[in-house]
Design a binder for this molecule. Sequence first.
Ligand SMILES: [Zn+2]
Ligand SMILES: [Zn+2]
Length: 92
Amino acid sequence: MKCFHHNCQRQTVVDCIKPELLTDYPDFLDLERPEQLRLLPKYIEYYCLEHCQAYGYCWQCGQHQGPAIRSLLNRSGLCFQCQIRLITENDF
Ligand SMILES: [Zn+2]
Ligand SMILES: [Zn+2]
């Protein structure tokens, strides 16, 4: 799988879940698994570590951060959750 960004040739990509998934299906996590698997491919896009940040995704978990939250991120490009995980992993 190649990065979806125009002209980017990188092949190391993160599965990014589009935020529209939860807008369209707020109860997605409660759906039956076959239904989830049927819907998911339409809402996944693939970006390399550099471009997932450019598109507002955390490069570790692929979660969309949204423009407002993104501005709160540090330069690591990690979402709040992943930063917390990193801190606690280093500490324990
Ligand atoms: Zn890319
Ligand atoms: Zn994350």
